[in-house]
Write a protein that binds this ligand. Structure first.
Ligand code: 3HC
Length: 676
C-alpha cells in the first residue's frame, strides 16, 4: 500500500505532504508516514527546515475517529506531536481548510504556523464527548492564553485564521492560492533562528478569575455534558502553574476517562449517524439532480415563513403565496423581524438581512408559482385542503417541478394520488421554528422518483439541514414516536403523577422540556374540539377553562408576565376532579415507571418503525430525535440509549407495565442487544 505521506525537496526545505482523502484524518498510516518524514528531515544535513502541508480540501481534520476503540497502533498521536516539537530544525505547519482536533494539535506541535485567509482552527473534540488529547489542552493556553483555550476546547467552535493570528496561534496569513510556495518561503526565513520555539516550554500567562468566569457564563450550555468540565479542568491545570509533563499526564487521564465513557460513545455515534442519514441505500449511483433555482412556498404562517427563510439565507429566491394581503404582510413582517433579531445578535449583517429579504417575492397569485423548481405547501393539517392545493399545483407547475408537502402526519401517497405526477411529490417535514431547527424529515412516497429524493437530500445540505428519509406512516418517524409518549404521560397524570414530576424526570434525563411544558408551549388547545361542555380528558378540562398554555398565561402551569412557570393549584384541583369522575384512586408513581412508560415506549415504537421499513436504520431514528426534538446528544438518541440501558432491561420494563413488545425489539434484545 502506498503511504499517504510523501516528501518533496525545495532547496534546503523538506516539504512533507499528506494525502489521505477525504479530510486527511490522522490514521495510523499518516502518523507513521509523518514520523518517518520528520526523522528524515532531522537527520539529513542538507535540510534546514521542514513544512507540513496537506493535499485535498483540508489540513488534518483530526484523529481518525474510526480508529477509536480499536487496538492502538504506534506512533500514538501525542507521541508524534511531541516528536515533531522536539525536532532540532524548525517545522512549519501550512494550514488550509480546517485544522481540527488532532490536526490542530499537530500544528501546535510545529514551531510555526502559516495559514490561508479562509483557514480555520479548532478543537471540536468536546462535541465528540472528548478533549484534545494530544497535548492541545496544555499547548493552547501556553500559546493563546487561558481564555482562548477555554473557549476553543470547552465549546469546540473553530476560529478564523484572523482570530487565530490575533491569539498568537498563526504566525502569518499567506495567499489563498499560494500556500505551498509561501510556506516554503516562510520556512526559509526562520530556518536559521534559534532557539526553535516550542509551545511546551512556554509559561502560561496568569489570568486570574478566567476559569471561574467562564464556568459561570456557560453553566447552562454545558448542563448534562461530561466533556466540557474535563476540558476546563485540563486548561485549569495548565493555568495553575503545573509543569507541562504534569499537565499532559492529567490530560491523558481525563481523555481516557471520557473515551471509555458512554457520553463520548453516544456523541461519536451521532457524528457518524448524521452523515450516514444522508445516504439512501437503494438509489442508483448515477442519478442526476434537478436544478433548484426558484422555490415557491404556499402559506406565510409561522411554518411557511420559517421554511422560506432557509432558502433565502442560502441565496435561493423564494415566492411566497398567501390568500389575503393581511396574512401575507404579517408573514413577511415576521420574517424580517426574525432576520433583524439575528442581526442584532451579531449573527448576520444588515446587508445580509437586505440581501435575504431582497430574494423574497410575496404574492397573492397562485399562478406565480408556475415556474418554480420546487414548491413547498405549508398550510394547516387538513387532507382536503392539501388535496385541493396539489390538484391546482398539478395543473399549474412546470414539468419536472418538485411538489412537496410540509405535512407532519398526513399520507403523502394520498396527496400524490390527486396529481398526474406522483413521482414528483415528496414530503419535506420541517420542525418549528423551521429557520432554526436542524432536522428535515424527507418523506418518501411509494412513487417518489429517485432523482426527486436525491435532489431534496442534496438541497437539505445546501440549506444546512440534517435530512433523514422517512416512509409514509402516520406522524413519520418523530411524531409517530411522540404519540405513545403523550398517551402514557396523560395516563400517568390520571393515575397519580403530577405534570411537575413527569416534566422533572424528562428534564433530568436531559430533554429541553417535559411533555407538559411542551404542551404549554405549543398550545393546550391544539386539536381541541372547542366544546367547553364536553370534558373527556384532563386536557379538555384545561382547555375549557381557557388554560391554553403560555399564550393565555395558564396551562398545565401558571405563568407570570415574564412567562416564568409555577405549579398550579388550580391544575391540581382539575386533575383531582377528573380522577374522581373517572373513578380513579391516585397512587404514588415512581420515576422509574415514568421512564419505562414514556421513554421505553418510544423505543418500542422506534423498533416497529424500523421493522416496517419506515426508517432506513436505527441511527436515523436517533438523528431525528437529536435534531428535531432536543433529545440529549450525550445519550445518543432513543435507539442508541436503549442499547446503553440494555435492551433486555427495556423489554423487561415494557412487559412489567403491560405493553406489547415489538417482536424486532425482543429479537434484538435476545441476539446481542443491538438494533441492526
Ligand atoms: N475521522 C474519520 N473520518 C472522518 C473524520 C475524522 N476525524 N472527519 C470526517 N470524517 C469522514 C466523515 O465521516 C465523512 O465520511 P463519509 O463520506 O464516509 O460519510 C467524510 O469524512 C467527510 O466528512 P463530512 O461529510 O463531515 O465533510 P465536510 O466537508 O462537511 O466537513 C469536516 C469536513 C469539517 C472536517 C468535518 O468532517 C468534521 O467536523 N470532522 C470531524 C472533526 C473532528 O471532530 N476532529 C477531532 C477528532 S478527535 C481528535 O482529533 C482526538 C485528538 O485530540 C486526540
Amino acid at each position: 500500500m502506498t503511504s499517504p505521506i510523501r516528501t518533496e525537496r525545495n532547496g534546503d526545505i523538506l516539504v512533507i505532504i499528506a494525502d489521505n482523502p477525504p479530510v486527511n484524518a490522522l490514521g495510523a498510516a499518516v502518523r507513521q508516514g509523518l514520523e518517518a518524514a520528520v526523522k528524515q528531515g532531522v537527520v539529513d544535513d542538507s535540510i534546514a527546515a521542514m513544512v507540513i502541508r496537506c493535499d485535498g480540501r483540508t489540513f488534518f481534520a483530526g484523529a481518525d475517529i474510526t480508529e477509536f476503540g480499536k487496538p492502538p497502533v504506534e506512533p500514538m498521536l501525542p507521541v508524534l506531536v511531541d516528536m515533531i516539537e522536539a525536532s532540532s530544525k524548525p517545522v512549519v505547519a501550512a494550514i488550509h481548510g480546517t485544522a481540527l482536533g488532532g490536526g490542530c494539535e499537530v500544528a501546535l506541535g510545529c514551531h510555526y504556523r502559516v495559514a490561508t485567509p479562509s483557514a480555520k482552527l479548532g478543537t471540536p473534540e468536546v462535541k465528540l464527548g472528548l478533549l484534545p488529547g494530544a497535548g492541545g489542552t496544555q499547548r493552547l493556553p501556553r500559546i493563546a492564553g487561558v481564555r482562548v483555550a477555554l473557549e476553543m476546547t470547552a465549546k469546540g467552535d473553530p476560529i478564523s485564521a484572523k482570530q487565530a493570528q490575533e491569539a498568537g496561534l498563526i504566525d502569518r496569513i499567506v495567499g489563498e492560492d499560494s500556500l505551498a510556495d509561501d510556506a516554503v518561503a516562510f520556512a526559509r526565513e526562520v530556518a536559521g533562528k534559534r532557539p526553535v520555539p516550542r509551545a511546551s516550554q512556554r509559561e502560561v500567562q496568569p489570568d486570574a478569575d478566567a476559569v471561574e468566569a467562564f464556568k459561570k457564563e456557560n453553566g447552562r450550555r454545558f448542563r448534562g455534558f461530561d466533556a466540557p468540565a474535563a476540558n476546563i479542568a485540563c486548561v485549569e491545570k495548565a493555568a495553575s502553574g503545573a509543569s507541562f509533563a504534569d499537565g499532559i499526564a492529567f490530560e491523558r487521564q481525563e481523555f481516557m476517562r471520557l473515551m471509555t465513557g458512554t457520553q463520548s460513545a453516544a456523541q461519536r455515534h451521532i457524528f457518524f449517524a448524521e452523515r450516514q442519514a444522508a445516504k439512501i441505500d437503494d438509489l442508483p449511483a448515477d442519478v442526476t439532480l434537478r436544478p433548484i433555482r426558484q422555490v415557491g412556498v404556499i402559506g406565510a404562517g409561522t411554518m411557511g415563513g420559517g421554511i422560506a427563510m432557509n432558502f433565502l439565507s442560502a441565496g435561493i429566491p423564494v415566492r411566497i403565496v398567501e390568500m389575503q394581503q393581511e396574512a401575507l404582510d404579517r408573514g413577511t413582517g415576521v420574517m424580517r423581524r426574525n432576520y433583524e433579531a439575528s442581526a442584532a445578535k451579531g449573527r448576520m449583517t444588515a446587508d445580509q438581512v437586505e440581501r435575504a429579504m431582497g430574494l423574497l417575492t410575496p404574492t397573492l397569485a397562485f399562478d406565480d408559482l408556475a415556474d418554480c423548481d420546487l414548491i413547498i405547501e405549508a398550510v394547516y393539517e387538513n387532507m382536503d385542503v392539501k388535496k385541493d392545493i396539489f390538484t391546482r399545483l398539478d395543473r399549474l407547475a412546470k414539468p419536472g417541478a418538485i411538489l412537496a408537502s410540509n405535512t407532519s402526519y398526513l399520507d403523502i401517497d394520498e396527496i400524490a394520488a390527486v396529481t398526474g405526477r406522483p413521482g414528483d411529490v415528496v414530503g419535506m417535514h420541517f420542525f418549528s421554528p423551521a429557520n432554526v431547527m436542524k432536522l428535515l424529515e424527507v418523506v418518501r412516497g411509494a412513487k417518489t422518483a429517485p432523482d426527486v429524493l436525491a435532489t431534496v437530500m442534496a438541497l437539505a445540505k445546501t440549506i444546512r439541514k440534517v435530512a433523514v428519509v422517512a416512509g409514509v406512516t402516520y406522524g413519520f418517524i418523530g411524531n409517530r414516536m411522540l404519540i405513545p409518549r403523550q398517551v402514557e404521560a396523560t395516563k400517568l397524570l390520571l393515575e397519580g403523577a403530577t405534570p411537575e414530576q413527569i416534566d422533572r424526570v424528562h428534564v433530568a434525563f436531559g430533554m429541553p422540556m417535559g411533555p407538559f411544558q411542551m404542551a404549554d408551549l405549543a398550545g393546550v388547545d391544539i386539536g381541541w374540539h372547542r366544546d367547553p361542555t364536553r370534558i373527556e380528558s384532563i386536557r379538555d378540562a384545561l382547555a375549557a377553562e381557557n388554560r391554553w398554555g403560555q399564550k393565555t398565561k395558564a396551562g398545565f402551569y401558571d405563568y407570570d408576565d415574564q412567562r416564568r412557570p409555577s405549579n398550579s393549584p388550580r391544575v391540581a384541583a382539575i386533575i383531582d376532579d377528573f380522577r374522581r369522575q373517572s373513578g380513579v384512586t391516585p397512587r404514588t408513581i415512581s420515576d422509574e415507571e415514568i421512564v419505562a412508560r414514556t421513554l421505553y415506549t418510544m423505543v418500542n415504537e422506534g423498533a416497529l418503525i424500523l421493522a416496517e421499513g419506515k426508517a432506513q436504520r436505527a441511527s436515523d431514528i436517533d438523528v431525528v430525535w437529536i435534531y428535531g426534538y432536543g433529545w440529549p446528544v450525550y445519550r445518543g438518541g432513543p435507539m442508541f440509549w436503549a442499547q446503553t440501558e440494555g435492551l433486555d432491561k427495556v423489554v423487561d420494563g415494557l412487559e412489567r407495565h403491560g405493553f406489547t413488545v415489538a417482536p424486532s425489539l425482543k429479537h434484538a434484545a435476545e441476539t446481542g442487544g443491538r438494533f441492526k
